[in-house]
Design a protein around this ligand. Structure first.
Ligand code: ADE
Length: 418
């Protein structure tokens, strides 16, 4: 088996942590038990490019239990948990290519190593695997049945491939499942972003002026949690409906030029490029902290900051202090990479349970539908979404209400009014 990790000796620690995460992933465990019996992925090779975390490890175990041959690489150079990579290789016999802190060259070498298994299914988080396959490994396309995509940024890239007529096989947008983005993007990102910022800085959130860029599901989640910790939250948003929603949710709404002047902490969650840039760095207060929780490290214009600053100093893990020519200090967290994974452990297992239940059932769906799908971006079938919600509620011991026959009839009729 081919692999590349930092240190195989880290495996025992990784295994304990993977098992701990598993204890909070009951839905995925149920799927794994069924997969073990039914082997729906027998003979299927899955190439996965995901954050290499304890939660992802349990997804990989599930795919393997289903009969798949798997290979995993990182979807971000700074999100790999090296002990998890080691344990997947040593304890679970899964081929992993990931080293925390790998440079861009090694990152793409690892993507190519994963593609070397000649996948039937690609499983992506950010679409780097799919785009590498389409750009430089086209000889593999014929074997691919389909792929799945975990995150908003990846879905946007894939929809652009579809509309440009270059998408070569069907993709299921796992991100768009309700049991994914309502929970993972909102409550997962909300909590883990606060976690990453606090672990990196040990700052007090109470009373801080926090500026949140983007009011999508991730921005909503982070704004909500920052407020919960006593921060005074301002939202910067380009979409008028979302901006209005932020306002009516009780946040201050302002353009970035104004917010730059008063923010203590700036967090980007937009999926777009150069959201915080030169004109903002010029006007920020001394001591302002800047972090990104979007997928790629493009939201903060770090080259601008590097060019403007007189010097930079690493003060603690994931924290660099830039000194500007006028003496102000600006603090950048996690090299502008997604702070919830660079500075903490990503979303809690309990929420990844649903995201990765979607991934597992999507792999099964793609296998069953082999040859029946077009070169398009698809939604996760509604039946899968509902099933996951029911299983999650069950695992939490929560019962819900059922419609009476009379209510069903009423909802199905158009004749009955007042
Ligand atoms: N994305 C966000 N949090 C994650 C986690 N814990 N594992 C894998 N991918 C993630």
């Amino acid at each position: 088996m081919n692999y590349d990790c930092k240190d195989e000796g880290l495996a025992p620690r990784g295994k304990k942590r993977i098992e701990w995460a598993d204890s909070n992933m009951p839905v995925l465990r149920l799927i794994r038990e069924r997969f073990e019996r039914e082997k729906p992925l027998d003979g299927i090779r899955v190439a996965a490019c995901l954050h290499v975390t304890t939660e992802t490890a349990n997804l990989m175990r599930t795919l393997k239990a289903g009969g798949a041959e798997t290979a995993l690489c990182a979807s971000n150079p700074l999100s790999t948990q090296d002990d998890v990579a080691a344990s997947l290789i040593k304890d679970y016999g899964i081929s992993v290519f990931a080293v925390r802190g790998e440079d861009n060259k090694l990152y793409y070498e690892h993507i190519n190593s994963v593609l070397d298994i000649e996948p039937h299914i690609t499983m992506d988080d950010g679409a780097d695997l799919v785009s590498t396959l389409h750009k430089s490994r086209r000889e593999l396309i014929d074997k691919v049945i389909g792929g799945s995509e975990e995150t908003t940024t990846g879905v946007i890239r894939l929809r652009s491939m579809e509309s440009n007529g270059v998408l070569a096989y069907p993709i299921v947008a796992v991100n768009d499942a309700e049991t994914k983005h309502f929970f993972d993007n909102r409550y997962g990102t909300g909590q883990s972003t606060v976690d990453g910022i606090i672990r990196s800085t040990n700052m007090l959130m109470a009373g801080k002026r926090v500026v949140v860029f983007g009011y999508g599901w991730c921005g909503r989640g982070f704004a909500m949690r920052a407020r919960g910790m006593g921060a005074i939250v301002t939202v910067v948003e380009v979409d008028p409906v979302r901006a209005l929603e932020a306002l009516m949710d009780g946040y201050n709404v302002a353009p970035s030029s104004r917010a730059a002047e008063f923010g203590d902490l700036f967090v980007t969650l937009t999926g777009d490029i150069s959201v915080i840039r030169k004109e903002h760095f010029q006007n920020m207060k001394d001591g302002a902290v800047i972090a990104n929780s979007g997928h790629f490290n493009v939201e903060i214009d770090i080259p601008d900051l590097e060019e403007m600053a007189d010097s930079r100093e690493t003060v603690r893990d994931n924290l660099v202090r830039y000194t500007m020519p006028d003496g102000r200090k600006l603090i950048l967290l996690g090299e502008g990479r997604l702070i919830n994974l660079a500075g903490a452990e990503g979303h809690p297992a309990s929420v990844m349970d649903m995201s990765f239940a979607n991934q597992s059932l999507t792999a099964e769906y793609l296998t069953k539908e082999r040859g029946n799908l077009e070169k398009k971006v698809y939604r996760v079938p509604e039946s899968i979404d509902r099933n996951i919600a029911e299983l999650k509620l069950d695992s939490l011991g929560v019962e819900i209400e059922e419609l009476t026959e009379k209510q069903k009839e009423y909802l199905a009729s158009w004749q009955m009014g007042t």
